[in-house]
Ligand binder design. Structure first.
Ligand code: NAP
Length: 369
């Protein structure tokens, strides 16, 4: 993709954990330039550097330090072609709907629209083809929209696991069953997140709503977009090949990086060997990379041979946090194959996904810039 001019973008929830990642990543983006910031009334009216409790390892980019934070109202964002949202889920629904209504392209991290039948749930390394629902999303709006739409990315633990699952399905046909056990980083709960007295020297074996999200979102992402006789599009939720998923989610004392232990059973008999699975994962190239999206990782999946990898501290920054690390690919005595996957929850699990989704929407002509 070739964009030779700057594209102005806004960030909603710019002061939060995900919002700060947006600010960092966008500061070096080849064509997106941050033009407007939004957060709550607590932050509105202040320069960004005064409103934010900056927690990144790089300084606040100089281009945004003095930008005044606005309340999340579309009239402050009219010069933006794209709006990235790191809004708290409690408020994201109404605010993002208002931005769509104001004909803005919204890329959201919140759960609010993930189950909407007209909103694509896109993990950019997996299912960019789901952008094809956008014309219908605009058309069902009253009055129909010309430019506005919402795209969501997945829950951060869903994102990590669907990447290898999608590669396995593309290479070896449908999966039948999948068991996922997560060890999720503290930053997944936003800032300040889980109190230190609850998480140090401890594991919390419950994350509200998370298991349901993995089990449901994976089906929407791995499924296709079907067309009915009257020309309407609908997400098929993997219905042609029912896939049973069982997830168990745990919060562990890791700052960034979600680790997930996965066992899968394939529909096909005999199933692929561990070596065939390793080769398929290593060879996978995402459409986002092939299309030239500048934030897409060159290598989507790195397969470790060492028996003690991937590890969050060592591997979460693979491909600047945009890639996924897999290890311990081996036979499963109950299902067919088991492995460990690690993904960076605040990068490919959140802000990086939204940015690549916006790049994809431009590359595919869904947004004209
Ligand atoms: N953390 C992760 O790894 C991760 C991964 C994937 C998805 N997500 C999702 O991404 C979203 C943001 O998560 P986070 O971890 O960044 O949360 P966070 O650190 O709590 O940040 C929330 C942001 O929302 C803003 N906000 C809160 N109430 C508001 C209101 N009434 N009006 C306007 N802005 C308001 C806050 O602004 P103030 O600073 O002004 O209060 C802040 O900028 C959530 O929906 C979360 O589920 C998070």
């Amino acid at each position: 993709m070739q964009i030779d001019h700057q594209v102005k973008v806004g960030v909603l929830g710019a002061t939060g954990t995900v919002g700060q990642r947006f600010i960092s990543l966008l500061s070096t983006h080849p064509f997106f330039i941050v033009a407007a910031l939004g957060a709550s009334e607590r932050s509105a009216g202040k320069p960004y550097s005064k409103a934010v409790n900056w927690k990144q390892t790089v300084p606040i980019p100089s281009a945004v330090r003095e930008l005044v934070v606005y309340p999340c109202i579309p009239e402050h964002f009219t010069e933006c072609a794209v709006v990235f949202s790191g809004l708290d889920a409690d408020v994201a629904g109404d605010i993002e709907a208002a931005f769509r209504e104001a004909e803005l392209a919204v890329f959201s991290n919140a759960k609010s629209f993930r189950r909407d039948p007209h909103v694509p749930l896109i993990v950019p390394l997996v299912n960019p083809s789901h952008l094809s629902i956008i014309p219908q999303q605009r058309a069902v709006h009253s009055p129909p929209l010309k430019k506005g739409f919402i795209v969501t990315n997945a829950n951060c633990s869903t994102t990590g696991v669907v990447v290898p699952l999608a590669v396995l399905e593309k290479s070896f046909g449908p999966l039948e069953s999948c068991i996922i056990t997560t060890m999720q980083a503290i930053s997944g709960a936003g800032y300040p997140g889980v109190p230190s007295l609850d998480i140090l020297d401890n594991i919390v074996p419950y994350i509200s709503g998370e298991e349901e999200k993995i089990e449901w979102e994976t089906l929407k992402i791995l499924g296709g977009v079907a067309e009915t006789d009257d020309g309407k599009k609908a997400f098929d939720m993997h219905a042609k090949h029912p896939l049973r998923i069982s997830a168990s989610c745990n919060r562990v004392p890791v700052v960034d990086g979600h680790t997930e232990c996965v066992s899968v059973r394939f529909a096909r008999r005999p199933p692929p060997s561990p070596q065939q699975v390793r080769e398929a994962l290593t060879a996978y190239a995402s459409d986002a990379y092939t299309l030239g999206c500048p934030s897409a990782p060159r290598h989507t999946v790195f397969v470790h041979e060492e028996p003690d990898r991937p590890q969050p501290r060592l591997d979460r920054d693979y491909q600047q946090g945009a890639g996924v690390s897999v290890g311990r690919v081996r036979q499963c005595r109950v299902f067919d194959i088991k492995f460990v996957v690690l993904s960076n929850n605040v990068c490919i699990g959140a802000a990086t996904s939204s940015i690549i989704n916006a790049e994809l929407a431009i590359a595919r002509g869904v947004i004209q810039v």
